[in-house]
Design a protein. Structure first.
Length: 247
């Protein structure tokens, strides 16, 4: 009579390890998928904020958002936490989450920070590589083309900020670029309304072309002075935008 061979402890451990590895791979895929869903929800909410579809102070309710976006409430909750971290939303005890309201003091601070970052880029014009300088020129061309096409305020804001981001990129520092992105994300809560209120795309293009001309001529001190005036005007426009009730 033959008897079945007993499985050795080492073989059983190997078999069990294989099963655990398969499970871990499956769970890893689940985590990636879930993260991607959260990112999509964050992108959708961020776009709505920047387009002015969700005005500052608007409550962000988990259940209605989950139903509208076809996702779980936990996904919306995580997405809102990311918006709070970015400064685009605020969480208050017993009130929940709402779209952040840009305060006048924050506007002044944003413009001061932008001046420090963007002027550093201007000062780095000669040391920057040609690809970085060309990116400034390309951003200017895109902004001008967008304005000529009569684009909506959101598109104007996007291409407008790309110019200022390209100035910071002249430093060659990824950390400074990331800081600029964080700062301008907060300002974008009002920037779409600024462009809608201004309705002076031609003037805006001319103002930015003046900045780029100073750069191309190597007149960096004059460019920094022009940037200071430019950001002072931006601060004034932002303050007007947050003080003007939505139509």
């Amino acid at each position: 009579m033959s008897y079945p061979q007993a499985t050795s402890p080492s073989r059983a451990a190997r078999d069990n390890t294989g099963g655990l590895e398969e499970n871990l791979c499956m769970y890893e895929r689940l985590r990636v998928d879930r993260s991607t869903t959260v990112d999509r929800v964050v992108d959708a909410l961020r776009s709505a904020l920047f387009a002015g579809d969700l005005e500052p102070g608007t409550p962000l309710r988990e259940q209605p958002l989950a139903e509208a976006l076809g996702v779980a409430r936990s996904t919306v909750r995580e997405a809102m936490t990311m918006l709070v971290t970015e400064g685009l939303a605020i969480r208050e005890p017993n009130k929940g989450v709402s779209v952040a309201i840009l305060a006048p003091a924050a506007v002044a601070d944003i413009c001061r920070a932008r001046f420090v970052l963007e002027s550093a880029g201007i000062r780095a014009w000669f040391e920057a590589d040609e690809a970085a300088r060309e990116q400034v020129r390309a951003a200017m061309r895109t902004f001008a083309a967008t304005a000529k096409d009569g684009a909506d305020p959101e598109a104007m804001t996007e291409t407008h900020l790309a110019i200022h981001r390209s100035l910071v990129a002249l430093t060659g520092s990824d950390r400074l670029i990331a800081t600029q992105d964080s700062i301008t994300a907060e300002a974008r809560l009002a920037l779409a309304r600024v462009d809608a209120l201004r309705q002076d795309a031609t003037q805006q293009v001319a103002s930015h072309r003046k900045l780029i001309r100073f750069l191309e001529r190597g007149e960096l001190d004059e460019c920094v002075d022009e940037l200071r005036r430019h950001l002072a005007g931006a601060e004034e426009s932002l303050l007007e935008a947050i003080a003007t009730p939505p139509s």
